[in-house]
Write a protein that binds this ligand. Structure first.
Ligand code: NAD
Ligand code: USQ
Length: 383
């Protein structure tokens, strides 16, 4: 099967592209490489030295004999997107290619507008290109658990059945996202839902939780295949940041009380979830939604786990509760369903001492690349 991985130079996309290639899929990567440029503009860099995409792909080919096609361009450019799809003729389109940082989207008006245009227009272009030329292909789109926010009731997988004034219906689950980035995902979900309904397209929205870890079977094969691992205050995410902070002797940055609870998953499960969603496509006319995470943790508990694992390998780890730069509940109910991917056969890698140990050792190996000035959060949600 031919799979086009949009955003295939990024953290989740690179690991997924290699995994699918390894599993025998015919893979193409479409990426504008804009994420590398945003890092440059922010003055930040990934912990790991990532090779240029051409070198990565050449090394993959040398090691495995498998080749991955590369299309460098922007999906908000419809002519480029349409031309690429006609050339590659994908049966599945995996879409990771968005601006994915909540803090980046909250820097100022320009960054909020950019995030929403990049994400919403990019996805809308994909939907139109599918309608024009590939109405039977399957769109596997990365959404986020953050679309739901933190409601005081259980979170279902995309839809909820409601009884109201004696009548009953199954409706899209209410969305209460916490940043202009997370809002862009909600807008995408609505557009995809509508396109499936009117044009009979098939799509799967994967509401993914926060991803952690860096090594997968494929990216660990060679230094040139190494994946990015962000630690800075804009693109770095909770658990990855905490491990890198522990390795460099920086206090762990828990925002506010640390009672914020989120869904998490190991990047080795991200690639497996993608494989499962691709191998079991949605029906025509259907927007299927899976909640893609394996465990729920509060940020405070994660920090405690990293501290314990760090101390056990001789690191001196402090936890600091910073004033929260975001507007979010710091103590709340959170109980989200995640059975659909398990039903398809996902066997989770749960967060373990050995994973924390290996992530801490990995961070220690590259700690000389860390610019500690980039660690503290600088973007404020409030006026
Ligand atoms: P990333 O920034 O590492 O990768 C995104 C890639 O998309 C980059 O290589 C970038 O150059 C490319 N891109 C962005 N806009 C593009 C455009 N207009 N045209 C072409 N390419 C474009 O991000 P990631 O962490 O790999 O996240 C991938 C997807 O998964 C995102 O949609 C994100 O919202 C979602 N997600 C990520 C996480 C996480 O913890 N990293 C969690 C949940 C969901
Ligand atoms: N947090 C801290 N300290 C930190 C970093 C984060 O306390 O140093 C807190 C935040 O306040 C928030 C939680 O940890 O409550 C998660 O923040 P995050 O930066 O790890 O993740 P988030 O901003 O939600 O975004 C990330 C990805 C995004 C994806 C999302 C999945 O960047 O692309 O959509 O995780 S989810 O969180 O489930 O919506």
């Amino acid at each position: 099967m031919k799979v086009l991985v949009i955003g295939g130079d990024g953290y989740c996309g690179w690991a997924t592209a290699l995994h699918l290639s390894n599993k025998g899929y015919e893979v193409g990567i479409l990426d504008s490489l804009v994420r590398r440029y945003w890092d440059l503009k922010l003055g930040s860099d990934t912990l790991t030295p990532i090779a240029p995409i051409e070198h990565r792909l050449q090394r993959w080919n040398e090691l495995t004999g498998k080749s991955i096609d590369l299309f460098v361009g922007d999906i908000t450019d419809y002519a480029f997107l349409s031309k690429t799809l006609r050339e590659f003729e994908p049966e599945t389109i995996v879409h990771f290619g968005e601006q994915r940082s909540a803090p980046y989207s909250m820097i100022d008006r320009e960054h909020a507008v950019f995030t929403q245009v990049n994400n919403v227009v990019g996805t809308l272009n994909i939907l139109y290109a599918m309608k024009e030329d590939f109405p039977d292909s399957h769109l596997v789109k990365l959404g986020t658990m953050g679309e739901y926010g933190t409601p005081n009731i259980d979170i279902e997988e995309g839809y909820i059945t409601i009884e109201h004034n004696g009548r009953k219906d199954t409706l899209p689950y209410p969305k209460q996202p916490g940043s202009f980035y997370h809002l862009s995902k909600v807008h995408d979900s609505h557009n995809i839902h509508f396109a499936c309904k009117i044009w009979g397209l098939r799509a799967t929205d994967l509401n993914q939780g926060v991803v952690y870890g860096v090594l997968t079977e494929e990216t660990g094969m060679d230094e040139l295949l190494i994946n990015r691992l962000d630690y800075d205050g804009v693109f770095g995410t909770a658990l990855n940041r905490f491990c890198i902070q522990a390795a460099t002797g920086h206090p762990l940055t828990v925002y506010g009380k640390g009672g914020q609870t989120r869904g998490f998953l190991d990047i080795r499960d991200t690639v497996r979830c993608m494989e499962l969603a691709i191998a079991n496509p949605a029906e025509s006319g259907q927007l299927r939604v899976f909640n893609q995470f394996t465990e729920m943790f509060s940020i405070g508990d994660l920090a405690m786990m990293v501290k314990k694992a760090g101390v056990s390998i001789g690191l001196d780890v402090e936890i600091e509760n910073l004033e929260n730069p975001r507007v979010e509940l710091e103590e709340h109910y959170f109980n989200a369903k995640n059975t659909k991917l398990l039903d398809l056969g996902l066997q989770p890698h749960y967060l373990s001492d050995s994973l924390l140990d290996s992530l801490l050792n990995f961070a220690t190996k590259y700690k000389n690349r860390v610019d500690t000035q980039q660690i503290l959060p600088k973007v404020q949600w409030r006026r």
